[in-house]
Write a protein that binds this ligand. Structure first.
Ligand code: 26W
Length: 821
């Protein structure tokens, strides 16, 4: 029979205690009397892991037996967050673990704090990948996540004199109980070298790649537990190792130091996550990372997950590779190479298979964020792939030429190879030509992709373009992060919402129920108390939980406009200090920022310093600080979000319209009962449509308006000249009020706003202030505010990543769940 293997530990307090003690004694090699919190955490993590093991094995075996069509999510980033809590809720072990640990004199809360989150991503794109694999597992979809096991994740941020300092994130230092390394399943990947022509046995002219050096990929498997459905999928992250053969050759020459150096060189590939978000640096190591993990993953799927002898002409029946932005797009020529060079496919057959195996998700609208790789670099690192890309391009452009009646301008515009400023491969174009589908991540974004960024391609391949609006997992971002609200919801409508988030609609009538609103406010207040505790413990920051909590957390980028939020703060400061506004008339607020800047992004780092400096002045002003405080905890990450989001009253989603592809933080806040102040951008558009205009503070230019202004020439000074309040806010910054009288410190920020202001902060300033006044007025009525907040929760079920997965399955993947029997 086919039953696995092992039995799970007993689902009881005694069973849990036994397993935990066994782990502490046998794996950690210590006893309770002597163990550190880290020992205890590791023993606990392994204990919980054991409860998932049988389901994991069963899922793997079922997939192998049934050979269903599977989804392979290819992503250079997975911003997972802590694993313990998620595993505990998936296995329904929270209460058992709490009791079991208590019986041993341990506190689950303390052990939880010992986990270092795997920060293997920058922001939205990496967190989205983590939400998606959670949903796929919960929906029993045969899916595997592929990525890179960075030894160092996103840098740890600290502040020195208010300025960002980056420190390495050595997340593996104290052990990684959630991963399973499989060096015996290592995969070899080539780099460099040259190609050569030869004639095969059938007399066909062929090309083959002779790599100059090789690297091994060692898979590290992570469990991806479904929520109480008996399924545990796999996330497979690759770690780079030097090849044994390579070492040996050098050892034979007796140069030990050189052998070690080359080992270091190979292992550099998975050493560190690039902290650049939306400004690709074109670094060679980054292309190495991309090819490394994609080549390992394709090899893994074909050699390990398909049965021996499988006819690869039928590959599209068995797999779809979803490309998370352009980072894994090199997979398209790689699969062509594998099919043509290694499996003897005819070019046209290989192209037919390849085009049906890939689909591409675009996550940006900023032209500078679209990856291009110089031909020189691509030819040096991946000479065979460059040849393949050239041939794909030649054949594609021949089609374009034919269908356009020889429109050479169009041909040049659509070429996968850019000619200026240097010859380079446009990865988004390659993905669009080489994949079956292209999707944006919110309605507006997908429309702008069709109309602007990829307009020529949308006319050429209209059937390829589609939308899938992003989503977030309700398990982590409601159930786990907001137990108070979860309890309240479950009491009202049962617990089905956790895997069927549309059921939150059933809460709508309760928005009119005064008692429900009172309890909702109670939950919010308790969540604020949790945040107070966290900020006190973690950052030594004191905040007042009786104030409105106004939160802007996301990567620091000019297009997201943290500066607009800051100008609001400075304006309130100005109005109070000049006596224009009486303190008694101000709605007390705590403004919380959380943001990391790319280490090389000078303007972003100046903005961080400015926020901190404004905060210092505001917070120490005798009158102002009574009604306005700024808190900027360093090193915002998933763990912080889990406490911050449930506490928020106001969610700041204030990017310039047409710049934020979707946003996903916006969804997390709405689901946790914060009201949004936001522009008509990304998924804000859909949030507002669902929650209703009365429950959303809209302001600012629309995308068509912003485009029109840009078209006829944007002049920030015209807004400056016309708006006294704006002039005064900028004057305070420029004259050194927030920099100890030094006018030079923030001069670049001010002159950028007055000179270029690429993201139209000044144009939206007045509209934003007006919207903030509406916020103040609304907050003054707690009954009305909490009614709106409840409606935000009730009407945001659409933003579950389960719904996103259903949309991908239907519109892109054409795959189906394989539930546990
Ligand atoms: C260095 C190259 C590079 C380029 C782009 C690195 C990372 C990127 C990402 C596309 C940036 C990113 O995270 N984009 C965000 O993706 C989210 C998930 O779809 C969206 O919600 C955000 O709007 C989008 O900015």
């Amino acid at each position: 029979e086919n039953t696995p293997l092992i039995s799970s530990p007993e689902h009881s307090v005694e069973g849990f205690v036994r397993e935990f003690m066994r782990e502490l004694n046998f794996s950690q090699g210590t006893v309770l009397e002597r163990s550190t919190v880290n020992d205890e955490y590791l023993a606990l993590a392994r204990t919980v892991r054991h409860y998932l093991m049988a389901q994991w094995m069963e899922t793997t075996v079922d997939h192998y037996r049934a050979q269903p069509k599977a989804v392979a999510y290819l992503s250079a980033e997975y911003l997972l967050g802590r694993q313990l809590d998620n595993a505990l809720i998936a296995t329904d072990l929270v209460e058992i673990a709490t009791e079991a640990l208590a019986s041993l004199g341990l506190d689950l809360a303390d052990l939880r704090e010992a986990e270092v989150e795997p920060g293997l991503g920058n922001g939205g794109l990496g967190r989205l990948a983590a939400c998606f694999i959670d949903s796929l597992a919960t929906m029993s979809v045969p899916a595997i996540g592929y990525g890179i096991r960075y030894e160092y994740g996103i840098f740890r941020q600290t502040f020195a004199d208010g300025r960002q300092v980056e420190e390495p994130d050595n997340w593996l230092e104290y052990g990684s109980p959630w991963e399973f390394a499989h060096p015996e399943h290592e995969v070899t990947v080539g780099f460099g070298g040259h190609t050569e022509k030869y004639t095969d046995d059938d007399g066909v002219e062929r090309s083959r790649w002779v790599p100059g050096w090789r690297v091994l990929g060692v898979p590290h498997n992570y469990m991806v537990p479904g929520y109480r459905n008996g399924r545990v999928n796999t996330l497979r992250l690759w770690s780079a190792r030097a090849t044994h053969a390579f070492d040996l050759k050098i050892f034979n020459y007796g140069d030990y130091a050189e052998a070690v150096r080359s080992q270091t060189f190979a292992e550099n590939i998975s050493k560190v996550l690039y902290p650049e978000d939306s400004t690709p640096q074109g670094k060679e190591l980054r292309l190495q990372q991309q090819y490394f993990f994609v080549a390992c993953s394709i090899r893994d799927f074909i050699d390990q997950l398909l049965p021996r002898g499988f006819d690869l002409h039928r590959l599209p029946e068995r797999i779809v590779f979803q490309l998370n932005d352009t980072h894994p797009v090199i997979g398209i020529p790689e699969l062509m190479r594998v099919l043509v060079d290694e499996h003897g496919f005819e070019w046209d057959d290989a192209w037919d298979v390849t085009r049906r195996c890939f689909a591409y998700t675009c996550h940006t609208l900023l032209p500078e964020a679209l990856e291009v790789w110089p031909v020189e670099l691509m030819g040096r690192l991946l000479p065979r792939h460059l040849e393949i890309i050239y041939r794909i391009n030649d054949e594609f452009l021949a089609d374009v030429r034919e269908r356009s009646g020889g429109d050479e301008l169009l041909v040049r515009r659509m070429s996968i190879i850019a000619e200026h400023p240097e010859r380079a491969v446009r990865m988004a174009y390659l993905a669009t030509v080489g994949g079956a589908r292209v999707n944006g991540v919110a309605e507006l974004h997908s429309q702008l992709l069709r109309d602007k960024v990829l307009a020529d391609f949308a006319s050429f391949f209209p059937e390829k373009f589609t939308n899938v609006t992003n989503g977030v997992t309700p398990r982590r971002f409601v159930k786990l992060a907001n137990p108070g609200l979860s309890g309240l919801i479950t009491e009202a409508i049962g617990d089905g919402w956790v895997t069927d988030l549309d059921r939150l609609r059933e809460l709508e009538p309760l928005a009119e129920d005064a008692e429900f609103r009172r309890r909702f406010r109670e939950v919010k207040a308790a969540n604020k108390d949790r945040l107070v505790d966290l900020l006190r413990r973690r950052d030594g920051i004191e905040i007042d939980p009786s104030t409105m909590l106004d939160v802007m957390v996301k990567r620091l980028h000019e297009y997201k406009r943290q500066l607009l939020k800051l100008l609001h703060v400075v304006t309130v400061y100005d109005r109070i200090t000049t006596g224009e506004l009486a303190v008694a008339g101000v709605t007390p607020r705590t403004v919380v920022f959380g943001a990391k800047a790319a280490p090389g992004y000078v303007m972003a780092k100046q903005i961080i310093a400015l926020i901190n400096h404004v905060g210092a002045v505001v917070n120490s002003h005798p009158e102002v600080s009574g009604v306005l405080r700024v808190a900027f905890p360093a090193n915002y990450n998933v763990t912080v979000a889990e406490t911050l989001v449930p506490a928020a009253d106001l969610s700041e989603q204030i990017s310039l319209a047409g710049k934020e592809a979707s946003g996903t933080g916006n969804m997390k806040f709405a689901l946790n009962g914060a009201l949004t102040i936001g522009t008509d951008d990304g998924a804000n558009v859909e949030i507002r449509k669902l929650v209703g205009d009365d429950n959303f503070f809209l302001f600012g230019l629309t995308e068509p308006e912003a485009s029109a202004i840009a078209e006829r020439g944007y002049r920030p000074t015209s807004y400056y000249e016309e708006n006294e309040s704006l002039r005064r806010a900028l004057h305070l910054i420029a004259t050194g009020v927030f920099s100890h009288g030094d006018r030079s410190t923030f001069e670049p920020v001010v002159s950028n706003l007055l000179g270029e202001d690429r993201f139209m902060v000044l144009a939206d300033y007045q509209s934003y202030l007006d919207a903030q006044e509406r916020v103040d007025a609304a907050y003054a009525d707690p009954e009305a505010w909490s009614r709106s907040a409840v409606l935000n929760v009730a009407r945001s079920g659409f933003f579950s990543s389960d719904r996103s997965m259903r949309d991908y399955l239907e519109r892109i993947w054409h795959a189906e769940p394989l539930p546990s029997s």
